[in-house]
Design a protein. Sequence first.
Length: 355
Amino acid sequence: MLNRTNAWVVPAAAALFMVFAAGPTRAAADPAVQAVVNLVSQTDYQTYHLDVENMGLGLYGGATYDMGYRNRDGWAGPGSLGNQEARLYLQDAFTAMGLSVSVQGSYFNVVGELTGTTTPENIYIIGGHYDHLAGDRPGGDDNASGTAGVLEAARVLSQWQFESTIRFIGFNAEEDGLLGSKDYVDNHVIPAAENVVGMINMDMILRPGSDVNPNTVIDAELETNGSMPWLQAYQQAAADYVPSLIIGNIWNGRDSWSDNDSFQERGIPSLLVIENSWDDWDVANPYYHTYEDASDRLANGSPNGVTYDYPFATDVTRTAVALIAQEARLVPEPSTLALLSMATAGLLLYGLRRR
Ligand SMILES: [Zn+2]
């Protein structure tokens, strides 16, 4: 998440309004989609999160990537050693999931693709930025949290097939002005005239503010800049498949200061999902852009250090999985069809033996 200090000054005349959560407007949940959603694991999410938060120490990539402190700065050239280590990790993880993996553009966005079976030209994107600022800053919430969400969504969805294409993207250089996502949209999506139907951006989803203020509202904020149907589809997916996720604030008509803006500027439906932030910024993450944004540091004088809300982040990820599984159109599991045909064959054999 880019620094939002200037964004506090909102002109009263701006086309900005707030909408409260509406009730369900669509048919009930699809059990097949629910089965996919249920595979999202808090344990796996947490493993991804801690791995990404620790980049810069060479714990994954080896001594070559050891900066002596944790960092994922993506500014200029290949980025810091920790940034490169995170990139290697994303590439390896996506490859292990069987996705088609590429590193796109001069800012090194990592892209894993699950190509659609019948309408591959229709593309859905789940993204989050893997970079953070310079210095000894692990960026646990900003944005190891969203990166872990992308990885866990990819781990689950890659076990299935979909009619449309799904891309999982770790964007780089977000903190430097959304450079990676702008490059991806302007120099890849637009020139190739790709049909990106919808993009979900996860940036800061671990609610570290609950650490210092247990009364902090436990809800997610959704933001878009002109794509309310897409935003409402996420909202509906939460209601249908992840009722434990509370959607609090919904904003339409302003910049988010995160990678969804790069898509929205080109008219591509996109949304940001983030821990309750706009009206509650100081308590949502008091460690924002500081040395303390880590799961294992004494922060802001808090005796217990930062406690991240893993159940919340897992629910945010579940909802992204639900929306994408539904919109990209889940194909019935091949192994289920295989089992059915085997069972049919078995019945036929049984019938033959009885004669
Ligand atoms: Zn940030």
